[in-house]
Structures are given as C-alpha cells and as structure tokens.
Design a binder for this molecule. Structure first.
Ligand code: AMP
Length: 359
C-alpha cells in the first residue's frame, strides 16, 4: 500500500539526517513532522510540523504516531517500549527487527555471523573479570565498546596494553560491553543499500571512508580498485542481511577492507553520513530513495553522475571556512543550521563533483 505525495511523514530524531530527509521528502510533495527532545532541532527548521518530546515518552510518541501517515527514524537509540507505542499507531520503517539488531553490538555481530559474515573477533564483557578473561582470548590491541548507545567513537576505549584495562573499564562506566580484536585494515568502506517493500533493492557505489578520532572525515567515491573484491563480498552479504531483516528503507553497513576480504564492523538501519555525497553525486540520493521506500514508491537509479565524488565533513570550527569553500565552483556546501560549533560536532559537509560534468 503506498503513501502518496501530500501525506505526512513522521521522523523520529531532529538532526541533520532528519533535515536532509525532510528536504528530499518536500521535493516529492510530502510534509514532514519531526519528533525530537531538543528545543530547535535542525530538522524542524525545514519541516511543516514539530513535536518536542522525550524519546521515552510513550504517550507523546503514540499521539505523534496518530498524527502522521507513515513513520521513520533518523536516530536509532529509541527503546523498544516507546517504539511499540509509536508502531501501534502507524506503519514504522525500517522494521523493528532491523532496529533491535543494530541497537545491540552483540546481537548485531551474532546475527551477521549467522548469515555468513565475518566480524572482528569479539567477547562479551559484563564485568571487570570478564574483561580480563576476554583479553586472555582476544589479546591486545583491542577495543572495548558498549553494546548500546555508542556512536561516532563514543562509548569506546582502546586497550593497547593489558595495563590499559582499568581505564577502559572506567571509560565504559561498567556498561554491558564487548571486547573486539583490533582489525589491521587497509581501508574502511560502507555499503549503502535501499530496499523497498516489494523486495526491489538499490545499491550505490561503495564509498571509501576515512575517519579521524572515530568520526567520519571524508568519503571518496568510487573506492579504489584494490578493495573491489572486498566490496563485492560485502555487497552480497548486505543483500542477504537486508532480505533476512525484511528491510524497508536505507540500510548502511560499515566494513573494514583487509587482505583476507571484508570484515563487518557495524550497521545502521537509516540514512548515513557516508551517503551524503549521493545528494549531488548520484542520480537519486539516499534520502530520496529512503522516502520512496517507506512510502511504497518505486526506487530511483543510483548511478554516479560524475567520475569521482568527494564528501568532507565540516566538524566543529571547520564550518568557519564556509566562505572559502564557496569560492570553489565544484563544491556543494551543506550547513545544518546548528548555532554552536563544538569540537566533534557535525556542523555541515561539502561535496565536490570531479571529472566530466564536474570539475
Ligand atoms: P565504530 O563506532 O564501531 O564504527 O568505530 C569508529 C571507528 O573506530 C571505526 O570506523 C574505525 O575507524 C575504528 N574501529 C572501530 N572498531 C575497530 C576495530 N575492531 N579495529 C580497528 N579499528 C576499529
């Protein structure tokens, strides 16, 4: 059943992902209603309606669900209970199984392993003693990560020597965690996939992603030829995962390219920073195809429009360079309208189209 243009799309979460989703939805004639706890979130500035509410306020989420024609999220740290209150009122995509799997690093890795994927070696850590045992199995270097609520390198601590274990345990504040072996990767890349309810799947060129301090810094498309076999392997796995989840909407999967092939890192059942380049760099953007998928419309083509695309995040004070960026005619500047630039805060991004038709 399709949700036609003119309908209202509910988006849980009010950050830049919601803002760019709302802009893509507007292009197709939809209105967006944002639900977020913040006072003036970036997504609400470009949307028809905004409800300010906490992510655990079941009554408010149920009212929000009753006021929209279809719902989605741009933020995956919503608990299962409040989510049911929303899903009881209106169709919510991506499906619950995708959200619940991606919310828990342990469930996610076990799920991917069951489907034939290869995560880094990992062990469950629920206590300081477990951490010692896990270090015995996995060795150093390793990374301790909280099972839930981590993003952009938050909720993580590197253990280079066994003497770092106390500090790492303090850093995760004793939360249920996993210890992951350190992957000696050559590159990082992601698979951006959109699946429609009909089963149709659209996949973009895989971006090569460069991180700085655990935060995405740059995406380069296409990824270099040396990682093509790893990308091919990851693409097959991603299709299998999307089918198994009965996914509807964007699904982003992050991988490490190693000499042994693709090692799965994590996935997000939503549009993703490593897909921002698709706005200008592909025939249809991740945001547009997500809207099409959740509204039951056919998906758009994902081909690159120029030979090479580069996306760079503007983090913290980088945003002060906006004037200079605008002097480059190949640069597409995106600012998220955030008032205060804090270190590590994503303030905007710039996409450069390079080659025929670009610069
Ligand atoms: P995550 O939040 O798990 O995606 O981690 C953020 C970044 O930390 C990744 O994109 C990698 O650059 C790095 N990282 C995370 N896990 C590992 C690992 N097991 N081995 C090596 N680097 C990692």
């Amino acid at each position: 059943m399709s949700v036609p243009p003119g309908s209202t799309i509910g988006i849980v979460g009010g950050g830049q992902l919601g803002r760019m989703l709302a802009m893509a939805a507007a292009q197709l004639g939809y209105r967006c209603h944002i639900y977020a706890p913040d006072e003036a979130p970036p997504a609400a500035e470009v949307s028809a309606l905004f409800t300010r509410g906490a992510y655990d306020d079941e009554a408010a989420l149920a009212r929000f669900g009753a006021a929209v024609d279809v719902a989605t999220y741009e933020f995956e740290n919503i608990a299962a209970g409040p989510l049911s209150a929303l899903a009881g009122q209106v169709a919510l995509y991506p499906p619950r199984k995708a959200l619940e799997t991606a919310q828990d690093r342990l469930a996610e890795k076990q799920f991917v392993q069951r489907l034939g994927g290869r995560p880094a070696p990992f062990a469950v850590v629920d206590s300081r003693q477990d951490l010692e045992t896990a270090l015995g199995h996995i060795g150093v270097p390793a990374i301790l990560k909280t099972r839930r609520f981590g993003y952009d390198g938050k909720g993580q601590a590197r253990i280079m020597h066994s003497s770092d274990a106390d500090a790492a345990w303090d850093a995760v504040q004793g939360s249920p965690s996993i210890l992951e072996g350190f992957v000696e990767f050559e590159h990082e890349f992601s698979i951006l996939l959109c699946r429609a309810g009909s089963g149709e799947i659209a996949i973009w060129d895989a971006p090569l992603n460069v991180h700085a301090e655990g935060i995405l810094d740059t995406s380069i498309i296409p990824a270099p030829a040396v990682i093509r076999p790893a990308v091919e392997e990851a693409t097959q796995l991603s299709r299998t995962i999307a089918e198994d989840l009965g996914h509807v909407g964007l699904l982003t999967l992050e991988f490490f390219a190693t000499r042994e092939g693709a090692i799965f890192n994590e996935m997000a059942p939503r549009v993703h920073n490593s897909g921002h380049w698709t706005i200008e760099g592909a025939l249809s953007s991740q945001f547009e195809n997500h809207v099409r998928a959740i509204c039951g419309l056919p998906l758009g083509a994902t081909d690159l429009v120029v030979p090479r695309v580069e996306m760079k995040n503007l983090i913290g004070a980088d945003v002060d360079d906006w004037r200079e960026i605008l002097t480059d005619p190949s640069a597409h500047l995106h600012l998220y309208g955030k008032r205060h630039a804090r270190p590590g805060r994503k303030m905007g991004h710039v996409t450069r189209l390079i080659g025929a038709g670009g610069h």
